[in-house]
Ligand binder design. Structure first.
Ligand SMILES: [Ca+2]
Ligand SMILES: [Ca+2]
Length: 879
C-alpha cells in the first residue's frame, strides 16, 4: 500500500490528522529545543538520517543552497525518513512544532510523526501533509503525555513513503505555557448553540447494529455504516431552556449515536464548563464533553450524564488539552436507545465575566420541497432560506449573499435585507442558479464584514439527468454506499450503478453464521437496492471464530477487517452455498475475500497466503458449480494493483478458477496513470486467462483517490484539513483514475467511498469528503462523477496515451461515442496552454470537469492542468 498507511476500507484507521495551528505570538513559547534550526551548519548533524527500514540511497537527506527559506541552506529529503532521534521534551508539557516546507506538486504526502520509541512504542502526534511549491509555514501542537517515563526516547520524524522530494527550513520545537494566554473569550464559541437556526453546525453518526450482537463501538464497519435512516431535527417546543427550538433525534434499539458540533476555538489549560440542557423519553445515561483532534488523534474530556423526561441542566467541567489549531468540538456519545432532546449549549471558562451565551446564529436552509441532498437538475428552481436568530430585536440587518462554483468562482450574489421580529429572528427566501452543472456553495456574511467572514453557508449540486441504474446493468461505474433510501438516491444521481458491499458487510460468513448453524440473513437493504435497479457485488469473506484457522499465539483477534481463513473447507463450502442460494436474487457478482495481501487476511505463520487463496478459490468454485446456477466469481481483491499475491495466484493457475480478476487502486504519484506503470500491470494480468479461457477481465473493485483526506468545502465547520488536497483536486483525481481504466478497457471501476448520511457524520473523522460533505450533502465528487457518467458511460474504450510537451506530460484518455464520434479526455500534470496541448478542430466541443460547455473564445487563453477536460470531437474529425 504505497503511500497509503492503512486500508481505505476502514477509514477510522487511516490518517491521524492534525493541521496548522493559528499563528501565535512567539513570546508565549519557550526556547527552541532543536539545534541548528535553519540548517546553516556544514552538516545536518546532530540531526540523523534513519534509513534502517525504508530509506533508499537516492532519497538521502542533503543540505542544498537552492532557494532556502532563510540563510544560505535548507535540507532536502527524498523517499525515506528524516528524524531527530531524541527530542528533549518534558512529560506533561504542551509543545508547538513549526517549520517551513516546500515540495513538488503531486508528490505523496509527507508523514510528520512524534513518537515515543523507548521504552515502549507509541505515537504522540502524527499528521500527513502534501507540501506546495512555495515555502509555507506549518504549525502543530502536541501534548507530551503526563505518564511519559523519565527514560523515554521521543523522536520527531518526517517520512516520505514514495519517490519524490521536499525541502525543510527554519524548524522549531518549543514548550508552550501550561495555559493559553491572551484575553478570555467574550462569546460562547459553539456554533448555533441553541438550535434556533436549525441543526446547522451539528452532525451525527447514528448507527444501527450490523452484526445483531452486542458489539464494540467502532468495531464493525469502522465508519458510519450501517446508518440509521433518520434525521437530526430542530423542533419547536413550549417552555424550552432557551428560545423557540431544540435538537431532537431518535436512537433505535441496538443503535448508538455520536453527535458532534462544528469545530470552534477555545483556550487550552483553562478550567471551563460545558453547560447544556437535556431531556429524554425515559431515564438514560450517556457521555458528554469536549473533544479535540481528528481521526485517530482524538481526545475526549467527558463525564457520564444522567437524564430524565424533564429538562435538566448539565454541567461538565473540562480542562482542555492543546489541540490542533486550538479547535474543539462538543461531543455526545450515546449508547442507549431512546428519544433525545438537547438545548442551549455553552462553553464558558471558570471566572469568565458575563460572556454572551447566545450570539446571533444563522443558517442557509434548503426549502422543504427541494430535492434530497440539494441535488438539482439543470433549470430546476432552487430555493433556499436565510435564517437569522438571536439578533437584535426589530432591527434591519443587511447581508451579502454570494454563490460560488466548484472552482470558487462567483456565479451570483447580492444583498439581502431582513428585519428581525421581537425575538430577534428573521428569514428570507432566495433562489440560487441552476443553469450550469456542478457543485455550488452559497455563502452569507454581514454586509459590512470582510469577504472571509462567512456566517452561514450551504452546498448544492446541479446534476445531469442520467438513465436509471436498471437501464445500465453493464455500466463501468460503481461505488461503496450505505443502502439507506437517502444513499440510494445519491447513488442514482451520481451514476453509481454497481454497489460493492464493503461495507455493508451483509455477505460475510462471520456476520451470517456467528454460531454453527445459527444463520441470520438480512435482506431488507439488499431488496431495496435491487428494486432500485442497482447491481450488487457481494463477497465471500471471513470465517466466524468457531470456524477460523486462528493463530492462538497471535495478539490479532479474528475480526471482519483482519480475518483468519476457515480451518475446514467443507464448512466454507457450506457457507458459500448457503450465502449464494439465499442472496443471489440480489447479488450480481461475488468476490473472494478483501485485500488478502494486507492485514485483512491473517494466516498462521506456517501458512502461505497464495496457498490459502488457491484452496479457497477451488472450494468456492466447487460449491458454486454444485448449485447448478450461473454465477460470476472475482478474486482476489488485492489492495494494490502490483500486489505479488495476485501474480502468484495467477502463475499457479488460479486464473482458471476466476471469471474476472479484481484489484484495488488508489491514485498516487508513484503509480499514477501517467507513469506507464498501470498499463504494464494491466498487460501482465491480461497475459493470464480466466475460467472461460479469455484474456483476464479486470475489475477495479475499490479505490480512487485518497479522497477522504480532502478538505471540507464548508468553512463554518472549521474542520482541520488532513492533506493539502482541495475539493476540486480530489474530484479531478477520482475522474483521472476512473477514465484511465475505462479507456484501457477495464470492465468496472468501483470507487471508495460515497456513504452519505442525512445526519451528516462525526466531524472528527475524514470520510467521503470528496463525494459528500460532513453535513451529508453531496459535493464536488458526486457532481464530477455524474458528469463523467453522462459523458462516457456509453462510450467505447480507445486507449490511453501520454505525450511529452514543453517539459510537461499531457494525458489523453480516448473513447468513441455511440454515434462514432471521438471523445478525448485531456489533462496535464503541469499547467500548459490549452491551445498548444490540444489539437482542436472546427466543431469540436470542450466541456469542463462538471460537463459544462466551455465557450470557444475562452479556450484561446485557457490552460490545461490537473482538472480533466472532455473534448467531444466533431463528426468525422479525428485528431
Ligand atoms: Ca536555512
Ligand atoms: Ca433553543
Amino acid at each position: 500500500m504505497k503511500g497509503r498507511p492503512f486500508s481505505p476500507a476502514c477509514f477510522l484507521a487511516a490518517l491521524l490528522a492534525l493541521s496548522p495551528a493559528l499563528l501565535r505570538a512567539d513570546d508565549e513559547a519557550g526556547p527552541n529545543l532543536l539545534p541548528n534550526p535553519s540548517f546553516e551548519a556544514p552538516d545536518y548533524a546532530p540531526w540523523g538520517w534513519d534509513d534502517s527500514y525504508y530509506g533508499k540511497p537516492e532519497g538521502r537527506a542533503k543540505l542544498v543552497t537552492d532557494n532556502p527559506h532563510s540563510g544560505k541552506q535548507s535540507v532536502w529529503n527524498g523517499e525515506g525518513h528524516f528524524t531527530h532521534k531524541k527530542i528533549p521534551v518534558r512529560k506533561g508539557t504542551a509543545v508547538e512544532l513549526r517549520f517551513w516546507a516546500r515540495g513538488v506538486v503531486n508528490t505523496a504526502p509527507v508523514t510528520i510523526i512524534m513518537r515515543q520509541w523507548e521504552p515502549t512504542d507509541r505515537v504522540i502526534f502524527r499528521t500527513e501533509q502534501a507540501f506546495g511549491e512555495q515555502w509555507q509555514e506549518y504549525v502543530f501542537r502536541a501534548l507530551i503525555p503526563a505518564d511519559t517515563p523519565a527514560n523515554a526516547s521521543i523522536y520527531l520524524g518526517f517520512w516520505l513513503h514514495a519517490p519524490g522530494g521536499y525541502w525543510l527550513d527554519d524548524i522549531s520545537l518549543r514548550e508552550l505555557p501550561a495555559a493559553e494566554g491572551g484575553e478570555p473569550p467574550s462569546v460562547n464559541p459553539i456554533r448555533n448553540p441553541s438550535f434556533e437556526a436549525g441543526t446547522d453546525g451539528w452532525t451525527a453518526m447514528i448507527r444501527k447494529p450490523e452484526f445483531n450482537d452486542t458489539w464494540e463501538w467502532q468495531q464493525e464497519s469502522g465508519n458510519a455504516y450501517p446508518s440509521q435512516d433518520s434525521r437530526l431535527l430542530s423542533m419547536t417546543g413550549e417552555k424550552l431552556p432557551h428560545g423557540r427550538r431544540h435538537l431532537s433525534f431518535v436512537v433505535q434499539p441496538g443503535g448508538q449515536a455520536l453527535v458532534t458540533s462544528a469545530y470552534f476555538q477555545a483556550r487550552y489549560g483553562r478550567k471551563s464548563n460545558l453547560v447544556f440542557w437535556c431531556r429524554t423519553d425515559v431515564p438514560h445515561s450517556f457521555f458528554a464533553g469536549i473533544a479535540g483532534g481528528k481521526n485517530q488523534g482524538v481526545f475526549f474530556e467527558s463525564e457520564r450524564q444522567y437524564t430524565s423526561n424533564k429538562w435538566q441542566k448539565h454541567t461538565v467541567p473540562v480542562l482542555l488539552k492543546p489541540s490542533i489549531g486550538g479547535l474543539y468540538v462538543v461531543k455526545l456519545q450515546i449508547t442507549q436507545p431512546g428519544v433525545y432532546q438537547f438545548d442551549d449549549f455553552s462553553l464558558v471558562e471558570t471566572g469568565q465575566p458575563e460572556p454572551v451565551l447566545h450570539p446571533p446564529s444563522m443558517s442557509v436552509q434548503a426549502a422543504p420541497e427541494g430535492p434530497e441532498g440539494n441535488m438539482f437538475s439543470r433549470g430546476d428552481k432552487a430555493v433556499f432560506r436565510l435564517v437569522v436568530t438571536d439578533e437584535k430585536p426589530q432591527t434591519q440587518c443587511s447581508y451579502r449573499l454570494t454563490v460560488v462554483d466548484w472552482q470558487d468562482r462567483r456565479v451570483s450574489g447580492g444583498r439581502i435585507n431582513v428585519t428581525t421580529d421581537a425575538d430577534g429572528t428573521a428569514g428570507m427566501e432566495f433562489a440560487a442558479p441552476t443553469s450550469k452543472y456542478g457543485a455550488f456553495r452559497i455563502k452569507v456574511r454581514k454586509a459590512d464584514a470582510p469577504e472571509t467572514d462567512v456566517d452561514a453557508e450551504q452546498i448544492y449540486t446541479v446534476l445531469p439527468d442520467l438513465p436509471p441504474p436498471a437501464e445500465r446493468p453493464d455500466s463501468f461505474f460503481g461505488n461503496h454506499v450505505d443502502l439507506t433510501p437517502y444513499n440510494l438516491e445519491v447513488a442514482r444521481r451520481a451514476g453509481f450503478r454497481w454497489l460493492r458491499l464493503y461495507p455493508p458487510l451483509l455477505t460475510k460468513w462471520m456476520v451470517l453464521e456467528p454460531k454453527p448453524g445459527q444463520w441470520r440473513f438480512k435482506t431488507g437493504d439488499l431488496e431495496r437496492a435491487k428494486a432500485a435497479g442497482f447491481q450488487i457485488l457481494g463477497s465471500f469473506d471471513t470465517a466466524p471464530d468457531w470456524a477460523a484457522d486462528t493463530d492462538s499465539k497471535s495478539p490479532v483477534k479474528n475480526r471482519w477487517n483482519r480475518a483468519y481463513p476457515p480451518a475446514d473447507m467443507a464448512a466454507w463450502k457450506n457457507y458459500v452455498t448457503r450465502a449464494f442460494e439465499t442472496l443471489s436474487p440480489y447479488i450480481s457478482a461475488w468476490e473472494l475475500w478483501n485485500e488478502p495481501d494486507g492485514g485483512y487476511m491473517q494466516v498462521r505463520p506456517n501458512l502461505k497466503k497464495d496457498d490459502v487463496m488457491l484452496s479457497l478459490l477451488g472450494a468456492t468454485r466447487e460449491a458454486l458449480d454444485a448449485t447448478g446456477k450461473p454465477y460470476l466469481l472475482l478474486a482476489p481483491a488485492v489492495s494494490r494493483i502490483e500486489a505479488d499475491l495476485a501474480f502468484k495466484i495467477l502463475e499457479r493457475g488460479g486464473g482458471a478458477k476466476m471469471d474476472a480478476l479484481s484489484f484495488h487502486y488508489y491514485n498516487f504519484t508513484s503509480t499514477s496513470p501517467e507513469s506507464g506503470f498501470l498499463k504494464q500491470m494491466l498487460a501482465r494480468y491480461r497475459s493470464h486467462k480466466n475460467h472461460a479461457g479469455e484474456p483476464m477481465p479486470l475489475w477495479q473493485s475499490e479505490g480512487g483517490v485518497y479522497i477522504s483526506g480532502g478538505h471540507s468545502w464548508l468553512e463554518t465547520y472549521r474542520i482541520p484539513p488532513s492533506s493539502s488536497m482541495k475539493p476540486a483536486q480530489g474530484a479531478a483525481s477520482m475522474v483521472r483514475a476512473a477514465l484511465f481504466f475505462k479507456s484501457e478497457g477495464v470492465k468496472r471501476y468501483i470507487g471508495f467511498a460515497a456513504h452519505a448520511v442525512e445526519t451528516g457524520r462525526n466531524t472528527q473523522t475524514d470520510e467521503c469528503t470528496g463525494y459528500t460533505e460532513v453535513t451529508g450533502v453531496p459535493s464536488l465528487g458526486v457532481a464530477a462523477h455524474a458528469a463523467m457518467v453522462a459523458l462516457t458511460e456509453d462510450a467505447a474504450s480507445r486507449g490511453f496515451e501520454t505525450r511529452e510537451m514543453d517539459g510537461g506530460l499531457v494525458s489523453i484518455a480516448r473513447f468513441a461515442q455511440p454515434d462514432g464520434r471521438a471523445l478525448d479526455v485531456y489533462w496535464s500534470a503541469a499547467p500548459l496552454p490549452f491551445a498548444r496541448a490540444v489539437n482542436l478542430r472546427e466543431g469540436d466541443e470542450v466541456l469542463d470537469l462538471m460537463g459544462n460547455l466551455i465557450a470557444s473564445d475562452k479556450l484561446a487563453t485557457a490552460t490545461i492542468g490537473e482538472l480533466p477536460l472532455y473534448i467531444r470531437r466533431a463528426a468525422g474529425a479525428a485528431e
